[in-house]
Design a protein around this ligand. Structure first.
Ligand SMILES: Nc1ncnc2c1ncn2[C@@H]1O[C@H](COP(=O)(O)OP(=O)(O)OP(=O)(O)O)[C@@H](O)[C@H]1O
Ligand SMILES: [Mg+2]
Length: 379
């Protein structure tokens, strides 16, 4: 893993959108560095997350990328070009910036806020108006909200406006500084999902800052864990980070639910499913019990034409019904092949059969037992 600068440099390739080389920042009068000898590459089209405790230099690093702060030493390249030699108006076109706490101008309407960069770039009025409406639609803001002032919007709506403003001139790079920090957990989850969906369509190079490791592993293609003093502790894809924390700091930062988080990164489709005892709806109770005996099972699924009509157990079959179809209990919960293993585990734990049933729409695919989920973690 590229935790040292030589590895990061060795991995340099044309796919790098941003390269930091031995970048340090010490503010005037400070006795320590805010950012210390930071070297890493942000790959084009990926979401790279900077995560770390408060004061570890995340905002300072974003500001240096955007040249709102100058590094004390070191070198930054944007698309292979020395950033210090790039004119400001060009940087503005290349980089959209979602400021911590949204940073919307309070005395400008949402539409005026979103239009900030196009306005600076001197776009004609009609083009700006069209772009603002297009962006409102893209991020999910109502037209009526565009004429309002930031204070009259909800936290989530303000965040959407901040994202729209950063996207206004369609920059290839988006810097997002704790964009979802100030909203409640439900809105936050929704905004994260919206960002992932947006990224599927736009393929931007995104540098996303957060102090929330859960958010980092959910959104990041790659996660840089920073320690206080802007020291890079580890830079790796989320699964690798969770599996092999580089040191005690990273391990502690990842927290106790590391295993569960790792599970949430693995899709159900990555794990072979099992077929357990299956009965046809017309099977008599005797046939059902015999089949369960042979399988060593105390429950079975009733399957016909790839569809699961429900489950039965010995007790229900013993209640003198004509066939298993009459005894079948419809499934209360199942998961799809695009679910992840954390969701599968949750379903398996709350089911008395201790398996998660997997269906693609109405088509029955198999079951995922708890043990198999646990094995995947040990693999
Ligand atoms: N303009 C400044 N002048 C002096 N010191 C600064 C300045 N800006 C930031 N610092 C210091 O640099 C360090 C890193 O700050 P920075 O804002 O980059 O942290 P952060 O990781 O973004 O923290 P948070 O998660 O709280 O936003 C801190 O110790 C901070 O006090
Ligand atoms: Mg910050």
């Amino acid at each position: 893993m590229a935790t040292d600068s030589s590895a990061a440099t060795a991995a340099a390739s044309s796919s790098a959108a941003i390269r930091l080389e031995h970048v340090s920042k010490r503010f005037p009068g400070a006795s320590t560095d805010a950012v210390a000898d930071l070297s890493l590459e942000v790959r084009q089209g990926e979401v790279t997350v900077f995560v770390g405790p408060s004061g570890c230099g995340k905002t300072t690093t974003l500001k240096m990328i955007n040249r709102l702060e100058e590094p004390t030493s070191g070198h930054i390249e944007i698309f292979g070009r020395d950033q210090a030699a790039t004119p400001a108006h060009e940087l503005r076109r290349q980089i959209g910036y979602v400021i911590q706490e949204t940073g919307l101008f309070p005395h400008r309407t949402i539409a005026e806020n979103i239009a900030t960069v196009p306005h600076l770039l001197g776009w004609p009025k009609a083009r700006i108006r069209d772009r603002v409406q297009e962006l409102a639609e893209l991020v999910g803001l109502e037209r009526e909200q565009l004429e309002r002032y930031p204070a009259s919007l909800s936290g989530g709506q303000r965040q959407r406006a901040g994202v729209a403003r950063a996207l206004a001139a369609d920059p290839p790079i988006l810097l997002m500084d704790e964009p979802f920090g100030a909203v409640d957990p439900i809105v936050r989850t929704r905004l994260q999902d919206e960002l992932l969906a947006l990224q599927q369509r736009l393929h931007k190079t995104i540098v996303f800052v957060t102090h929330d490791i859960e958010e980092a592993t959910k959104l990041g293609d790659r996660v840089a864990v920073l320690d206080v003093g802007g020291i890079l502790a580890q830079y790796a894809p989320p699964a690798e980070l969770l599996r092999e924390p580089a040191n005690a700091f990273v391990e502690e930062f990842l927290g106790r639910e590391r295993g569960l988080r790792e599970l949430s990164l693995i899709p159900v489709s990555d794990v072979p499913l099992e077929r357990r005892c299956e009965l046809s709806p017309g099977a008599s109770c005797e046939e059902a019990l015999a089949a369960m005996d042979r399988a060593g099972a105390d429950w079975a699924l009733v399957i016909e034409d790839d569809r699961c009509a429900g489950w039965v157990d010995r007790k229900r079959i013993a209640e003198a019904v004509p066939n298993v179809s009459a005894a079948a209990v419809p499934l209360a919960r199942w998961i799809g092949p695009n679910s992840n293993l954390r969701e599968a585990l949750e379903v398996a734990l709350t089911s008395h059969t201790r398996v998660a049933i997997v269906q693609d729409g109405e088509r029955y695919l198999g079951v995922l037992p708890i043990e198999r989920i646990a094995q995947r973690l040990e693999a």
